[in-house]
Design a protein around this ligand. Structure first.
Ligand code: SF4
Ligand code: SF4
Length: 281
């Protein structure tokens, strides 16, 4: 489904330069395609022209506008559900100068996408957000909590990455076809209609479900963040103690060397150099 900007837009303009398809316009500015201009879709706030939006398929594995919007008002438009195939084809039509492969970056496949097509000036960005409701094809597994660190002996993600709700995904099962898919946490709100990417069946979260999801995510991440902070503080303290111990050992070592130099005075008569060599001493 295309991305849409809601009335919560504060006109900051952050999203516009991020769009690889120039689908975002300031309110009142006519949109343009193939040299033709068309009346603005909105007058007072930024807007997205749906026929130019590919949900960033072909360029990023997340919606670039949603990733930068400070008020989270770039959301999937439930009235315009679209498949990855349709969006990929649109990207190719919009950018005939590019070769956009079938496995180009796509929010439908957050991992394993190819680099963004060359020559468009669009930068592939890290997978920090997935802003729409439709999700991976049927074969894909539901995304686990998206920002959870991969198996590693120590926490891998930075606190900023891991605890950013933009990256969280709520795994759901389609009530019609039983296929798993995911909905971005920040869009999982009561009454919003989402569509299954496999069968297009609707999925409407109820208040109780939203509460349970909120408690589960925030309970887990709040506890995890607290635990991480304790760990970081302890590690910083241990590092400082270790450095202080090594500094003290080095000072002691230098003192011992100095003491050693004083204790190493050889006995016997002093012999001074003679001949030419003595002229230089
Ligand atoms: S989702 Fe991507 S293509 Fe669509 S308007 Fe936002 S930045 Fe542009
Ligand atoms: S980033 Fe969000 S708030 Fe800013 S102009 Fe775009 S849609 Fe509006």
């Amino acid at each position: 489904m295309a991305t849409v900007i809601t009335s919560e837009c504060i006109n900051c303009g952050a999203c516009e330069p991020e769009c690889p398809n120039t689908a975002i316009y300031a309110g009142g500015v006519p949109w343009e395609l193939n040299g033709e201009t068309h009346p603005a879709v909105a007058q007072d706030i930024y807007y997205i022209e749906p026929s130019k939006c590919t949900e960033c398929v072909g360029f990023h594995d997340h919606e670039a506008c949603a990733a930068v919007c400070p008020v989270d008002c770039c959301i999937p438009d439930p009235n315009i559900p679209e498949t990855e195939t349709v969006l990929l084809e649109r990207a190719r039509v919009l950018h005939p100068e590019l070769t956009i492969p079938d496995d180009a970056p796509s929010r439908f496949r957050k991992e394993g996408g190819a680099p963004a097509p060359a020559g468009d000036g669009a930068e592939a960005k890290p997978a920090t957000a997935n802003g729409a409701a439709a999700a991976p094809p049927a074969a894909a597994k539901p995304a686990a909590v998206a920002a959870a660190p991969k198996a590693a002996p120590a926490p891998a993600a930075t606190v900023e990455e891991e605890f950013n709700p933009i990256a969280w995904e709520v795994p759901v099962i389609c009530k019609d076809c039983n296929e798993p898919w995911t909905i971005p946490y920040r869009h999982f709100q009561a009454g919003v209609v989402f569509y299954c990417p496999s069968c297009s069946g609707s999925y409407v979260p109820k208040s109780q479900m939203c509460r349970a999801v909120r408690e589960t995510f925030e309970g887990f991440y709040n506890a995890r963040r607290a635990e991480r902070e304790v760990f970081e503080r302890r590690r910083a303290k241990e590092a400082a103690a270790f450095v202080a111990k090594q500094d003290a050992e080095m000072a002691d070592f230098k003192k011992r060397l100095e003491d050693l130099s004083h204790s190493m005075k050889p006995a016997g008569k002093t012999v001074r150099p003679t001949g030419i060599g003595s002229m230089f001493t």
